[in-house]
Ligand binder design. Structure first.
Ligand code: ADP
Length: 272
């Protein structure tokens, strides 16, 4: 242990316009050994469940966890490995897909705001409003004049949330292009995984560089003290899980939850 604040500081996106994904090694492990990592993750999951209980007991604040990643980056795996141990009653997971129905008849933040966790809960976004400056930008789904204003709008939105007791923490699960190919191949070769494979993913792979550029911009412009971005080197799943769990612990511990007082002085209550 003792690595916890360390990883949170090392992986946080700082430096504004100078930040570049190209400077990050997706296979990096920041000096953490694989040996013993499983035990460490298990311990972290237990700690997370205690912190979640405190958040729930207090019911004054919420935690919003944004998960983004290039296809096969491991969003689903992270949710299942890191959130295991949490009480399902205290967690919501919301996936964001291509907008449809009522979503298309509102501004892009409408569906997002609607899914923000209530006080006392942890909300996980599997994809998020960042798609509106990622896929939307890469494929020109709206003109540049529209998407380019969204960085500021997103910062304003996230600041509003934080000023209203919703803490925001954002993770980019960052894998290399080779690693993505490896994972796609594994999906094709494994009957239990091939259902996850879609040809659309292969098409998106052709836009790799454009996605990296769009991610660079989102990370540069939208990593703020009240809603920081963390880039998680995610080629190695054990490191990815460990890093996310440690940053979540760091975030929740920083919230310094307090148990509410019992409703009244209970000392006179006696049981037969
Ligand atoms: P996932 O890949 O997250 O497991 P899907 O395969 O259903 O789930 O992909 C969801 C798709 O929805 C992704 O291709 C993503 O880019 C797209 N998407 C999400 N939000 C938006 C948006 N606001 N505009 C356009 N496409 C979006």
């Amino acid at each position: 242990m003792g690595k916890m604040p360390h990883l949170a500081h090392e992986l946080a996106v700082t430096g504004g316009a100078r930040f570049k994904l190209a400077n990050i090694d997706p296979a990096g492990t920041h000096g953490v050994e694989k040996d013993g990592s499983e035990e460490r993750l298990e311990k972290n999951c237990k700690r997370l469940s205690v912190l979640q209980y405190q958040l729930y007991a207090e019911s004054q604040r919420a935690l919003l966890v944004v998960l983004q990643g290039i296809d096969a980056g491991g969003k689903d795996g992270t949710i299942s490995h890191v959130m295991t141990g949490m009480n399902p009653q205290g967690v919501t997971v919301t996936p964001f897909k291509v907008p449809e129905g009522a979503e298309t008849r509102h501004d892009y933040l409408w569906r997002v705001h609607n899914a923000v966790p209530e006080y006392g809960k942890i909300g996980i976004f599997n994809r998020s409003h960042y798609e509106d400056v990622l896929v939307v930008r890469v494929h020109n789904l709206v003109p540049q004049a529209v998407w380019s204003k969204r960085y500021q709008q997103i910062n304003d939105f996230e600041r509003m949330l934080s000023e209203n007791r919703v803490h925001v923490v954002k993770f980019l699960l960052y894998i290399g292009k080779e690693e993505q190919a490896k994972r796609f191949r594994a999906r094709l070769d494994d009957k239990t995984k091939s259902w996850k494979f879609s040809e659309a993913d292969v098409k998106e792979r052709g836009y790799w560089d454009q996605y990296i550029e769009a991610y660079n911009d989102a990370l540069r412009k939208c990593s703020t003290p009240q809603a920081p971005w963390y880039v998680i080197p995610a080629n190695k799943k054990w490191f990815r899980n460990l890093a996310v769990s440690e940053i979540l612990i760091h975030t929740l511990e920083g919230m310094k939850m307090k148990f509410p007082k019992a409703p009244a002085d209970l000392s006179h209550i006696q049981f037969e």
